[in-house]
Write a protein that binds this ligand. Structure first.
Ligand SMILES: [Zn+2]
Length: 268
């Protein structure tokens, strides 16, 4: 049976509790990567999400691209969100299972240069490219030494602060690049591309325009239904997309994908 972790970005919003109730009804666990500014706006809902058994991850305070920020500013942005998450767990009376982070836009400090693309073996590069080309405008231009240094420093900082990855068994050969499997920020192995269905993006020239298109993307993914390797699925918490969220998660569950609870035991 194929297994996957459900990771939900950009929470909390006005619909987060609806999403939680939907997931809870189907016994689907998930991690919500929350923005600090959104936690401030929906603090009580964040507390309720924790009480309902969902895990809160850190998605930065202001959802800014790390490439344009100094190292100190990125650290400050992550820390500010950390404090809010701690407060929410305290208010819920629940012990935090672990510290988990995902960079906004997967910008790990070098913009669209998510991993060292020029160090990827030839057979793997197109797979990683496809994976991250999901609206991220990948650029193969090697970033400056200073940017690469910032990227490494941010990984050291995450390690020093005790961040871990809450996923196990994500063992696709193409995921084994040291900057993916051994990194301390969460990437993904499948993006639902749900964001393409917001009104703003429907006007643009993206390849997916309808829920049926996105179900087709799920059905035709070469890795999502693997029995040997667990997946990390990316979807978003956006007010505009509540029906899309339910349709896509429902479709994955009906297609036989079992969603796994995130764990804090993994030592990268
Ligand atoms: Zn985001």
């Amino acid at each position: 049976m194929p297994k996957a972790y459900l990771t939900i970005d950009d929470s909390p919003t006005a619909i987060s509790l609806n999403l939680c109730r939907y997931l809870k009804d189907q016994n689907i666990p998930a991690i919500f990567y929350c923005r600090g500014d959104n936690i401030e706006q929906h603090f009580d809902d964040t507390v309720e999400m924790i009480r309902m058994g969902f895990v809160i991850g850190n998605h930065g305070y202001a959802h800014k691209r790390a490439v344009g920020l100094d190292y100190e500013d990125v650290v400050e942005d992550i820390s500010r969100c950390e404090d809010l998450i701690d407060k929410a767990y305290d208010a819920a009376g629940v012990k935090r299972p672990g510290k988990y982070y995902r960079f906004p836009y997967l910008d790990r400090g070098c913009g669209a240069w998510i991993v060292d693309f020029d160090k990827l073996p030839d057979d793997i590069r197109p797979i990683i490219h496809d994976l991250f080309a999901d609206g991220l405008y990948l650029d193969d231009t090697r970033p400056t030494e200073a940017l690469r240094e910032k990227k490494h420093m941010l990984q050291y900082w995450l390690a020093d602060k005790g961040f871990t990855l809450p996923f196990e068994g994500v063992t696709f050969p193409w995921y084994q690049h040291p900057q993916m499997a051994s990194a301390l920020d969460a990437l993904y192995t499948f993006s639902t591309s749900d964001w393409m269905l917001t009104a703003r993006h429907l006007e643009k020239d993206h390849p997916y325009k309808t829920i049926e298109d996105l179900k087709g993307k799920i059905d035709s993914d070469p890795y999502l239904f693997s029995d040997k390797h667990n997946n990390i699925v990316l979807i978003h918490d956006q007010v505009e997309l509540e029906h899309v969220f339910k349709a896509l998660v429902g479709h994955m569950a009906a297609s036989g994908i079992e969603f796994l609870p995130v764990s804090s035991t993994h030592q990268p």
